[in-house]
Design a protein around this ligand. Structure first.
Ligand code: HEM
Length: 135
């Protein structure tokens, strides 16, 4: 249930960072930073829940291989969005290159999140991890 929150917050953040870099409006910048911070916070909770679930998977199974990739990809996503946030809130990095770097890290994080989400979906729908009743 928790995973929906970082996905939504980070999706809003990417859109807002792109809109801000394109110079659409000034206020969208604050939305981008807030959404990114909220995404980072909620992702930490999703990570704790994921790590608890990880303990129940057989360590030699294919499911564990997919879960490990899922974890590594999502950890990379988290770092990408953290870098985007740090770059976007640092006053000394206010130039256009920094703005481009913020968008680059946010877009990279978003694309990797799609890959990580697909791997997470495989865990649930292919391997039945954390599924109580199977048909
Ligand atoms: C240490 C990091 C993480 C670990 C170890 C981990 C582990 C897992 C595991 C074991 C599952 C399958 C069982 C379940 O749904 O609980 C899962 C599913 C999933 N995870 Fe993660 N996760 C991590 C971080 C994240 C983050 C940060 C996100 C979102 C940005 C995320 C998104 C998903 C999604 C979308 C699913 C599929 C849920 C579904 O289809 O119902 N995970 N994860």
């Amino acid at each position: 249930m928790l995973v929906h929150f970082p996905i939504v917050f980070w999706t809003v953040a990417v859109g807002a960072y792109v809109a801000s870099a394109a110079g659409l409006t000034e206020s969208i910048d604050a939305i981008a930073k807030f959404a990114n911070g909220a995404g980072l916070t909620m992702a930490m909770l999703a990570m704790i829940a994921g790590l608890l679930e990880l303990r129940r998977i057989d360590s030699r199974s294919e499911a564990m291989r997919v879960a490990t990739w899922h974890m590594l990809v999502m950890a990379t996503v988290w770092v990408c969005f953290l870098v985007a946030l740090v770059l976007s809130i640092s006053p000394e990095l206010a130039g256009s290159t920094a703005r481009l770097a913020v968008v680059a890290f946010a877009v990279l994080g978003f694309l990797l999140m799609a890959v990580g989400g697909w791997l997470g979906g495989r865990l649930v729908y292919e391997f039945g991890i954390a599924v109580k009743y199977r048909v």
